[in-house]
Write a new protein. Structure first.
Length: 260
């Protein structure tokens, strides 16, 4: 084949043109992604002074974009440059930048460290048909637990201290994903309902027990509640999951010590 047929001019040929097109496309992709990743969570705050850090200049600042939310929940425009004004119940362990924080109150409910939660919308997540997505199995007659799996209802819930916290009196299912999302625990003598994320539980069908490593039996009394007995909002979900997540560090004093 005559090599001159692939030469555009001088020594610049089609292969070199294709390579340049690829590099220009790749550079444009990086430029686009660097703008889009600053759509939420910016501007950053200085760790010690709270001063807003620069957004990154003209090129790496995302242009505001408005998203239409489903099910009549309006619109959301980002970036909106809104700052988190919640008072953090914690103090810095040292004055240096990047120092860890130490909780000053109840770390499980104050949204500190691994127990932190995001201020998500305070309405229930909805399925495509507009019905609440996560509901108790007792209110969803068209769903059932698989016969091959143990039914945890009636099982005793054991905290990380080995003490009984209560009894599972219902399970919450996900209508969209066909998953079991939460166990509803009737806590103590009062039967106060507490949602337990399924990912934080180990079901022992043989012993009819549910073991929880995240929190103690007594701490089940303070699990964030839902406003409705048969719905959980996005905000409530974040607080509930954050509560158990924080327990992995703050449930007992020894968990904050170095592991040997």
């Amino acid at each position: 084949m005559d090599s001159s047929s692939t030469t555009l001019f001088n020594s610049f040929d089609v292969a070199e043109l294709a390579l340049w097109i690829f590099w220009l496309f790749f550079a444009g992709l990086i430029f686009y992604l660097r703008r889009e990743d600053r759509r939420e969570g910016y501007p950053l705050e200085d760790d010690t002074t709270g001063r807003l850090e620069p957004l990154g200049g003209l090129f790496f600042t995302a242009r505001p974009k408005t998203f239409l939310l489903p099910h009549g929940h309006g619109t959301r425009t980002v970036p909106n440059y809104e700052r988190d004004t919640r008072v953090l119940a914690a103090r810095r362990s040292a004055a240096t930048d990047g120092s860890p924080i130490e909780p000053t109150g109840d770390a499980l409910v104050d949204g500190v460290g691994p127990g932190s939660w995001a201020a998500r919308p305070d309405y229930a997540d909805l399925a495509l048909d507009g019905r609440p997505r996560i509901v108790p199995l007792s209110t969803a007659p068209d769903f059932h637990l698989a016969k091959e799996d143990p039914d945890p209802r009636g099982f005793t819930v054991i905290g990380c201290d080995g003490q009984p916290a209560g009894v599972v009196d219902d399970v919450w299912i996900d209508r969209s994903e066909y998953l079991l999302r939460y166990l509803q625990v009737g806590v103590g003598l009062t039967g106060r309902p507490a949602l337990l994320p399924m990912t934080m539980a180990v079901v022992d069908g043989g012993q009819r027990r549910v073991r929880v490593h995240a929190v103690t039996a007594e701490q089940f009394q303070r699990v964030p509640q839902t406003r409705s007995p048969d719905q959980v909002t996005l905000l409530e979900e974040d607080k509930i999951v954050g509560y158990y997540g924080g327990g992995h560090l703050y449930a007992t004093p020894d968990r904050q010590e170095p592991w040997l």
